[in-house]
Design a protein around this ligand. Sequence first.
Ligand SMILES: [Zn+2]
Length: 245
Amino acid sequence: MSCIFCKEEVGSEHEEHILPESLGGKDWAVLPEGLVCEKCNQYFGAKVESPALSSFPFLPFRLFLQIPTKRGKAPRQQVTIGEIMSSGIPGVVGANPRDDEIETGIREENVTQMRIRAEVTEPLAVSRLLLKMGLEVVAADNAEDALSEKFDEARKFVRAPATGSEWWFLMVTDHDSLFRKLKQGVTCQEWFEGLKLEVVDEQGAEVFHLQLIDMHFITPLERRVGPPDMSDLSEPKYRLFNPVC
Ligand SMILES: [Zn+2]
């Protein structure tokens, strides 16, 4: 079999998760063996998954959903009051106050809020992670199809993007609903019900859609699909990114 990303022959086999384990992808998310080579797998882990999953929006998502890393570690993030981390209990996060003043403030209930910087700092990694997932969803359904020429540009952007090349993605978030659910604590069942990875037809081309509870990510798997007209789609619910490599 050829690797769906570099088209080289796949030598040694390994487990490849369509939805990364650090984003909650378990056994059901494993791609059939022999579709991704070890070299590409290593590359994605270091250059795509690592920066994407350790930044907004995936990091706070993992943190509040209590999704540990592959090695079982609790996700952590810097916030205004110091550092917060998963506690393992739905709806509850632990905190490491930045200094004594904040620690005392928390104890005395003067400090009751913290702010997370809701800014996508690694749009290129997010874009490439979405594309990688999209191509793997195609491959899980039909490995031959994933190797077709129409995905060559997506493949290149994921594995070896040319300097100056770009690939858009749209993020759609229902912030109120998401915040309410994260505060209450999301059960395993709710998390599963709010999860979707699908490739849909749009303007006669294939587009990938990832849904994580109340967050949606949309990116084309073929470059000819242009970004949506943003004049009717306002921020912060709709955010269009067009990261350049
Ligand atoms: Zn490969």
